[in-house]
Design a protein around this ligand. Structure first.
Ligand SMILES: CC(=O)SCCNC(=O)CCNC(=O)[C@H](O)C(C)(C)COP(=O)(O)OP(=O)(O)OC[C@H]1O[C@@H](n2cnc3c(N)ncnc32)[C@H](O)[C@@H]1OP(=O)(O)O
Ligand SMILES: CC(C)C(=O)C(=O)O
Length: 559
């Protein structure tokens, strides 16, 4: 074998479940969430959280609406023990929140765990042992019966300790760790053994948790395993079926979603998927997936900045900019066709209708993101993005032909800097190339008279400081001015297109005018602004002439 040799590996065995039901089901409500950030997330950190960090993350989890929170492994470490004590002694656990703690099926650890929980009103004690073939054979050196015994004894010890403290409302949870790498008939056998000890009922159920401790198959196989379990375990009504997926193959969320279809009631996971190796199942992603389907996720994720700040501070792990739903770049379109589609859809989206915006699966405003971030311009962007930015930030509604021309200018500038062009730079490029105020031709003054059904204009235009007196007639001020320019310069000038709009409202409103001229067979565009619409239109004409002048390199009027 060479170093990189796939023959070293075997495919995960599939489950024979010909009448599987999960593929034809849909998710219609949020599962019961259990956060394991403070335990599974914590145990995977380079530097596990101290009590202060745990306190901050706890406060966030409660604020987001988690009702079941695994707070640690109190028998394993002093900070976890101290944190449990602080929660209880400082009365930090809201009435509707239940703390959960993890422990191995080992007597000394179980005893210490119950010590840590003294005085709690309600708690979930979560005991586990590994059931998979490889763990049986290579870690524990036990056969099936030996592994089942560990589970049975662990369950009995948990029950014994709980019985000493009837003042607390206990819930028992058992995890067949490495469930997804265990033979299904054996998992059912072990869980039956645990339930024989606990004697759960529909009124007082236990939690049976089915982890894909290491994700090693496609999510459909995991869903088959969960459905197998759900349909082969006795007393299904006396247990809450919980799943706990990891993300080794990048499908932690998908596996949990399919598991819910397959009958899971409860999902364990962490914020942004922090956890062992490639992480736990990401609750924020799964909850937002539900939200985007019109389902209440039963978690308040409306303030991502706070969630990101607290989790980053507590885990030391930064959020990837493309993290689903919450990454800095996920509501940003750089490419031209996406920008164009977003701009058109946003224009048509009505307040009271269902969200229908291409490339934006949810309204970024729901997560406190504004449309500022939606469209950013680089060399991959087209006219849509450029137009969007100018309209959003400067109130300029460019006609299509001008969008096309400006986009070419912006693209060149972006290529030159090999990167993003911000809104102010786009605006500056627009002014520099299409607006006359710094050009060679400038309107000094004009007068318009209505004569015999026509307009006559007398205008003073400077070209490079040389003043020229122009006179012309036409239908309206614009065509009279064009007529004057043609007479003076001897050039053939036609207006190909013209548009104008107000910027702002009230007495401060400015007029924007955009014109495209055909000058001796060549098209040139220009734009101008003025408090007076006629002035704006005449200046826009001079802007276009300035472009012609710059392109031809010769004077227009003095030529
Ligand atoms: C998939 C998961 O995430 S499971 C949770 C894993 N999380 C953690 O382990 C974090 C906290 N754990 C720890 O700090 C330590 O493991 C402790 C303090 C709990 C225990 O430490 P230690 O007793 O020193 O040893 P260690 O964890 O290596 O224990 C291994 C022993 O426990 C046994 N064991 C491991 N898991 C279990 C279990 N769930 N139930 C019963 N016995 C177990 C092993 O077979 C091994 O036995 P051996 O010593 O006879 O060979
Ligand atoms: C203890 C169990 C639930 C676990 O963390 C896992 O299997 O990943």
């Amino acid at each position: 074998m060479t170093a990189f040799d796939h023959r070293k590996y075997r495919p995960a065995p599939a489950i024979n479940l010909p009448d599987r039901q999960w593929p034809s089901r849909t998710i219609t409500r949020a599962p019961r969430w259990a956060s394991v950030d403070l335990r599974d997330g914590n145990q995977a950190l380079l530097e596990p959280m101290n009590v202060g960090q745990k306190q901050r993350l706890w406060a966030l989890l409660v604020k987001l609406g988690f009702k079941e929170i695994e707070i640690g492994f109190p028998s394993a470490s002093q900070p976890d023990y101290d944190f449990a004590r602080w929660l209880i002694e400082a009365k930090q656990i809201p009435d509707d929140v239940t703390v959960q703690v993890l422990v191995q099926a080992r007597e000394d650890l179980i005893v210490r765990t119950f010590e840590a929980l003294q005085g709690a009103k309600r708690a979930i004690v979560h005991v586990y042992n590994s059931t998979s073939t490889v763990q049986r054979e290579r870690v524990f050196g036990l056969d099936r019966a030996g592994i089942a015994d560990i589970a049975r004894q662990g369950a009995a010890m948990v029950k014994r300790e709980a019985d000493k403290h009837p003042e607390c409302e206990w819930t028992f949870e058992y995890s067949a760790e490495s469930f997804s790498n265990t033979e299904m008939d054996f998992v059912v056998e072990v869980c039956e053994a645990v339930m024989d000890v606990w004697q759960p009922t529909a009124a007082k159920p236990c939690i049976i948790n089915l982890p894909s401790t290491v994700e090693s198959s496609t999510p459909n196989v995991y869903a088959d395993q969960v459905e197998y379990f759900a349909t082969h375990i006795s007393r299904r009504d006396a247990l809450i079926l919980s799943v706990h997926t990891h993300n080794d193959r990048g499908c932690g969320v998908a596996a949990a979603e399919l598991a819910v279809l397959a009958g899971a009631d409860r999902v364990e996971g962490t914020l942004f998927g922090n956890g062992e190796r490639t992480g736990n199942m990401d609750i924020t992603t799964m909850a937002m997936n539900l939200y985007s389907q019109g389902i209440d996720p039963e978690l308040d994720l409306s303030n991502p900045d706070e969630i990101i700040a607290v989790t980053t501070e507590c885990t030391g792990i930064a959020l990837h900019p493309r993290h689903p739903w919450f990454g800095e770049l996920v509501y940003t379109a750089f490419s031209g066709s996406h920008q164009d589609a977003i701009r058109k859809c946003l224009h048509q989206q009505k307040e009271d209708e269902a969200w229908q915006v291409a490339y934006l699966p949810i309204d970024p405003k729901d997560l406190g993101r504004d449309y500022q971030a939606v469209i950013r311009v680089n060399s991959q962007s087209g006219k849509g993005g450029v137009a969007f930015v100018l309209e959003r930030d400067y109130g300029l509604v460019l006609p299509r032909w001008l969008q096309v021309e400006l986009a070419q200018v912006v693209q060149k500038a972006s290529e030159a800097v090999s990167g993003e062009i911000d809104s102010a730079s786009i605006h500056a490029l627009f002014r520099q190339h299409f607006v006359a105020d710094s050009g060679a031709l400038a309107l000094q003054g004009y007068q318009i008279r209505h004569e015999g059904g026509h307009d006559a204009v007398d205008a003073t235009v400077d070209e490079k400081g040389v003043s020229c007196q122009l006179r012309g007639e036409g239908e309206g001020a614009l065509s009279a001015f064009i007529n004057a320019l043609m007479r003076y310069s001897g050039r053939q000038i036609n207006v190909v297109d013209y548009s104008e709009h107000a910027i702002g409202t009230g007495t401060d409103a400015e007029a924007a005018a955009y014109v495209q001229l055909n000058i001796n067979g060549q098209r040139y565009s220009g734009a101008a602004f003025d408090h007076d619409t006629v002035s704006a239109s005449l200046k826009a004409v001079l802007s276009a002439l300035n472009r012609a002048r710059a392109a031809g390199g010769s004077d227009v009027l003095a030529a």
